[in-house]
Design a protein around this ligand. Structure first.
Ligand code: ADP
Length: 359
């Protein structure tokens, strides 16, 4: 009798032990799963228990905290924030790291409470550098765009006022001519902005092969009247079969902008020459002019939106400051690039490099 009872108890104890082991294994797997999931989060996460002892640190947190002098500063902010959370208060602090490269990390903390029971605290560290830069670029862009549009719109208002009070028909005609010019300028800015935004959103969509000679023919059509007005001679390459993968509309727009600039920034009666070459799986389309050239210090900046070497000259020639930004974006969309070689007073060569397709 006693032996049977003892056996039953033993079996019960074994079952209980097995269940306890399985439950511990499940808890351990659940903890590992959670740690792995937290590791994937692109924000630094650190968890402390109710005594303030660290119990979890994900790999983003490790990267931010162990990265040299910057890591020490982030660590210091985190310690302060975690102490706050340990006292039941959440907090946030922005840490600006001088770099190089300069970075901004936002450190936040929060107490972990269940009803009124404090179980610990969680701290997060987020590198917001890129987001801030993007916001600043957007702000600058909106400010620049408003400024650019304010000029012709302001001129239109002033001209309209002058027209209203003008009795002399000759002066009226002159003023009306200027109204048209300013309205055209505003339209050009808006059209270029729309072009740029379309090119940015279209990105690198499907890119069927297109003949470079066909692109050049269409781009030349767009600048023919400007060339005629300036007495510029356009020299084009002989028809060749080179092909690039491309969005025809975007590529024509890029080439037309390069040709338009070559004509605009050259003296009347000069030559603009286009040559096409290929090698190393790339096609190079070069647009060369004998114009005013670009100082070396501006070679990088001319591709920025609204950047002009000489704002007055760009304005007089009807420039919007967006042409080269469009060219650069088209090149990037096509997996290519745009380069410039130029000397002040001697002329410039812009080279659009695109991947080559072998038909
Ligand atoms: P814009 O509408 O003012 O021409 P772009 O973005 O096309 O704007 O060009 C930016 C600036 O780069 C121009 O304002 C001009 O100063 C300079 N630039 C561009 N192309 C040439 C060129 N072929 N020769 C001399 N300067 C040029």
């Amino acid at each position: 009798m006693q032996v049977r009872t003892a056996r039953r108890e033993l079996a019960g104890a074994r079952r209980a032990a097995t269940e306890a082991a399985e439950s511990a294994e499940r808890a351990a797997r659940s903890a590992r799963r959670l740690a792995l999931a937290v590791d994937v989060v692109p924000v630094g996460v650190m968890v402390a228990d109710e005594g303030g002892v660290e119990v979890l640190r994900n790999s983003t947190a490790a990267g931010l905290l162990e990265g040299g002098p910057g890591g020490v500063l982030v660590g210091h902010a985190l310690t302060t924030m975690m102490a706050e959370a340990g006292r039941g208060r959440s907090g946030a602090q922005t840490v600006d790291l001088l770099g190089p490269p300069p970075r901004t990390v936002v450190v936040r903390s929060q107490p972990l409470t269940e009803e009124s029971d404090l179980l610990g605290a969680v701290g997060t560290m987020e590198d917001v550098t890129e987001r801030r830069q993007l916001e600043a670029t957007r702000r600058d862009f909106v400010a620049n765009m408003s400024h650019e549009l304010r000029t012709p719109v302001g001129a239109l208002a002033a001209l309209a006022e002058a027209l209203a009070d003008e009795p002399d028909p000759d002066v009226m005609r002159r003023l009306a001519r200027r109204v048209v010019d300013e309205a055209e300028r505003a339209t050009r800015i808006i059209e270029d902005l729309l072009d740029l935004s379309r090119i940015e959103t279209e990105g690198a969509e499907s890119r069927p092969p297109v003949r470079v000679s066909a692109l050049l023919a269409r781009a030349t059509e767009r600048v023919e009247s400007a060339a005629r007005e300036q007495g510029t001679r356009l020299v084009l390459p002989s028809d060749d079969p080179l092909t690039v993968p491309g969005n025809e509309g975007q590529l024509v727009s890029a080439l037309a902008n390069l040709l338009d600039n070559a004509i605009k920034y050259s003296p009347a009666g000069s030559v603009v020459e286009v040559t096409v070459g290929h090698g190393d799986g790339e096609v190079q389309v070069a647009v060369r002019d004998e114009g005013i050239g670009i100082p070396a210090k501006d070679h990088e900046r001319i591709f920025e939106r609204f950047y002009r070497v000489d704002p007055a000259r760009s304005r007089n020639t009807g420039g919007t400051g967006l042409g080269l930004a469009i060219v650069r974006h088209v090149a990037i969309n096509h997996g290519g690039r745009v380069m410039v070689q130029s000397r002040e007073g001697e002329g410039s060569t812009f080279v659009l490099v695109l991947p080559e397709v072998h038909p």
